[in-house]
Design a protein around this ligand. Structure first.
Ligand SMILES: [Zn+2]
Length: 490
């Protein structure tokens, strides 16, 4: 029998009609009986404001329980949709989340049943929201996420330099040579990622997936502890059974270099190419990014060309000044016709609410972990002082703690970054003002905000093919949502 949970709440807002908790429970029980559902639990919030779910701990618990893969809950039943949230978009957002997880939501009094195909219209609206959300999350962290994703892939088994036989990693000599080449060029000859990738591509070497080498691919190799014989297990590294390809000395030298270079990069990065990533290369479709240009001539350049060299794609330069001027004019013109401000603000608001809180909880958990590691460290020292453990064991254990600590810090950093991305209070005011006087406004805001705004509006920008730079003009701007559709909905 399918499993269901109920959620009940009375509003503190006296203006609303308020069905008693008892009545709500009764209705939910009746429904389950009629439909043949096992009612596992009823979550009772008591009297709480509908304002937002942030302050409703029982709701959050229910939401987490239902989305938990092991819970096997199929249905969430509430008496009325406004029990979930008075903010329509916030409710819709939750609907969408539940459907994605293949859970059904039933709102008894409003006749909402997400098994019903008619509910589809709701989801169409929600898809606008999710597109916007995706763009938001992509901001700034793109490189970090890409790296994590590639790391994740390695868990699946494919690691450059090795082949997997009976779940054991065996060195592939030809690939191991490439790995060594990458480390040596980077740490000893101080080559940049791009130069290394380009060089490998010229030599005809490809990655495990038969792709051209890229900046990210090179970076991933340089930070993978598998090459010193470690293995990733439950997000931690421990000694593996396989042979190392890189010795400790070269590894440490590399990590030092990476640290130094990351500081330099942060400072140098000018970030004044607001259309980076949005413009697509007319030849290969890859995102175009800041070109290696002189102060006088500035261009967007195919990222494949920039990362992997001539073999991957041509530079296909597009004039920066032209592209930006053109796009701003077009965006301004298109948006003037519809009032998009209010729905956008609502969407932003609802994301922030439902997403930030769980992230904050996770950070708290990691912080606790850090404190525990600190305690462990103290304990080890006291054991050493009392001669309970040897110097060697102390060192080994301390090393392990250090690794765990670094990893935890990295997690916290990632989460904090995600929270910053979701905190769109400043973005809201940008959007509001931007539609009054787009041009003046756009000149005033800083580059990061320009990027954020553009990414919430534009999905991609296509460019005409052309031999000469001046032929590569903008062909089409594809918005992050269907403007016609949106104007009908509003
Ligand atoms: Zn290209």
């Amino acid at each position: 029998m399918p499993k269901a949970v109920g959620y009940v709440r009375v509003s503190t807002d006296k203006q609303l009609d308020n069905t008693s908790i008892e009545k709500q429970i009764e209705e939910i029980e009746k429904y389950c009986e009629r439909e043949g559902l096992t009612l596992v639990q009823i979550y009772n919030e008591g009297a709480k404001s509908a304002e937002n779910i942030r302050y409703r701990s029982v709701f959050k618990q229910m939401y987490a329980d239902v989305l938990d893969k092991e819970s096997n809950i199929d249905y969430v039943i509430v008496f009325k949709a406004d029990r979930i949230s008075r903010d329509n978009l916030e409710s819709l957002y939750i609907f969408k989340r539940l459907t994605q997880a293949k859970k059904h939501l039933i709102c008894l009094a409003d006749n909402i049943d997400t098994r019903d195909p008619k509910a589809k219209l709701l989801y169409q609206i929600m898809s606008l929201v999710s597109e916007l959300e995706r763009d938001m999350i992509k901001l700034r962290t793109t490189s970090g996420m890409e790296r994590r994703a590639t790391e994740g892939k390695h868990n699946g088994g494919k690691v450059f330099g090795y082949t997997t036989k009976n779940k054991e990693l065996k060195v592939v000599p030809e690939e191991a040579k490439v790995v060594k080449f990458i480390f040596k060029k980077y740490a000893i000859d101080q080559w940049g990622y791009r130069k290394i990738a380009s060089h490998l591509n010229v030599l005809g070497k490809t990655t495990k997936n038969n792709k051209h080498w890229s900046i990210t691919a090179v970076k991933t190799i340089l930070t993978n502890r598998i090459y010193i014989g470690d293995i990733k297990w439950r997000n931690e590294y421990r000694k593996g059974k396989h042979s190392a390809i890189i010795d400790m000395e070269l590894w440490e030298q590399t990590q030092k270099m990476l640290k130094v270079n990351s500081h330099i990069q942060e400072k140098v990065h000018p970030g004044n190419y607001p259309l980076s990533g949005l413009i697509k290369c007319p030849e290969c479709g890859a995102p175009m990014v800041q070109g290696n240009s002189s102060p006088k001539y500035k261009y967007y350049q195919c990222s494949k060309n920039k990362n992997s060299g001539k073999k991957a794609c041509s530079s296909n330069l597009v004039k920066k000044e032209y592209a930006e001027h053109y796009v701003y004019e077009q965006v301004f013109y298109s948006l003037k016709s519809i009032n998009i401000v209010e729905p956008l603000l609502k969407m932003l608001h609802s994301f922030a609410m439902s997403e930030i809180e769980p992230l904050e909880e996770k950070i708290k958990a990691y912080q606790l972990e850090l404190r525990q590691l600190k305690e462990k460290r103290k304990e080890l020292i006291s054991w050493k002082l009392k001669d309970i453990i040897t110097e060697v064991i102390l060192k080994e254990e301390m090393h392990d703690i250090q690794i765990q600590e670094n990893l935890t810090l990295k997690h916290i950093d990632n989460l904090q970054q995600q929270i910053r991305l979701r905190d769109k209070t400043h973005l809201s005011s940008i959007i509001k003002n931007s539609f009054q006087d787009f041009k003046t406004f756009f000149d005033l805001i800083d580059d990061e905000d320009k990027k954020a705004l553009l990414r919430s509006l534009i999905k991609e920008i296509h460019v005409n093919k052309g031999e000469k730079t001046k032929d590569r003009t903008i062909k089409e701007i594809i918005y992050a949502f269907d403007l016609d559709y949106l104007s009908q909905v509003i």
